[in-house]
Design a protein around this ligand. Structure first.
Ligand SMILES: [Zn+2]
Length: 223
């Protein structure tokens, strides 16, 4: 069921899913080369970033090619915080967690079985959400600026990027991850203006963080 809410300015806001899980395959992609190893592979992107793909006990949820493709849709500013993708056959905490990006794990996104059957575009969306956590883990400290201003913006805006983000109110980490995914999906599309109008302060914050710098920093752009 799509979530519907009405923003302060009267615009209807519709999030496509409970947890966004957006398909980001419409975004411009960078090219890449994959070097395969027995337990891990390394993807080198044309903008100079690298991501290692790790396979726990031979887990093959997605091929290296599919994983690299999903990552290739993500802008430089967030992909730089995704240095390792670790496919795991079980989630140690139980439940239906599809992926996580824990603090202090050197930019690792763990992907668990509930996250195994997505299209490549949606895998990119899920990784974008997790990259928001990595970005937060590596850039901001809780209780300090600029995180305080994000919390304030999120608390005061009438809408949230998704129901999942809303449920974390009081704790804005999921809100930030969902906003990151939404921002990556929406910027540069015809919907951007409407979403900006609904969440001007969140979007202004994301502009400041600049997760969407792929074009300005890609040294191979246009070649
Ligand atoms: Zn999350």
């Amino acid at each position: 069921m799509p979530l519907q809410a009405t923003g302060a300015n009267g615009l209807a806001f519709q999030a496509p899913l409970y947890n966004l899980l957006l398909d980001i395959s419409h975004r411009p992609a960078v090219t890449y080369k994959i070097t395969k190893g027995s337990v891990s592979s390394t993807v080198v992107f044309s903008d100079g970033l690298k991501t290692e793909i790790l396979r726990n006990a031979g887990q093959v949820a997605y091929t290296d090619e599919q994983t690299a493709q999903a990552l290739s849709y993500m802008p430089w500013g967030v992909r730089k915080h995704v240095r390792h993708i670790d496919f795991r056959s079980t989630y140690p905490g139980g439940g239906n967690t599809a992926a996580e990006a824990p603090y202090g794990k050197d930019g690792t996104i763990f992907v668990y079985p509930p996250g195994f059957n997505l299209s490549v575009g949606r895998l990119g969306g899920m990784l974008s959400h997790e990259s928001g956590h990595s970005l937060l883990n590596e850039t901001f400290s809780g209780g300090q600026e600029p995180w305080i201003s994000y919390e304030k913006a999120a608390r005061e805006e009438a809408v949230a990027p998704s129901q999942y983000a809303k449920e974390g109110r009081g704790q804005f980490f999921e809100d930030f991850a969902e906003t990151t995914e939404l921002y990556i999906d929406i910027v540069g599309t015809p919907s951007e203006k409407a979403y900006r109008a609904l969440m001007p302060r969140r979007f202004a914050f994301m502009d400041m963080v600049k997760p969407d710098r792929s074009i300005e920093v890609d040294p191979c752009a246009g070649k």
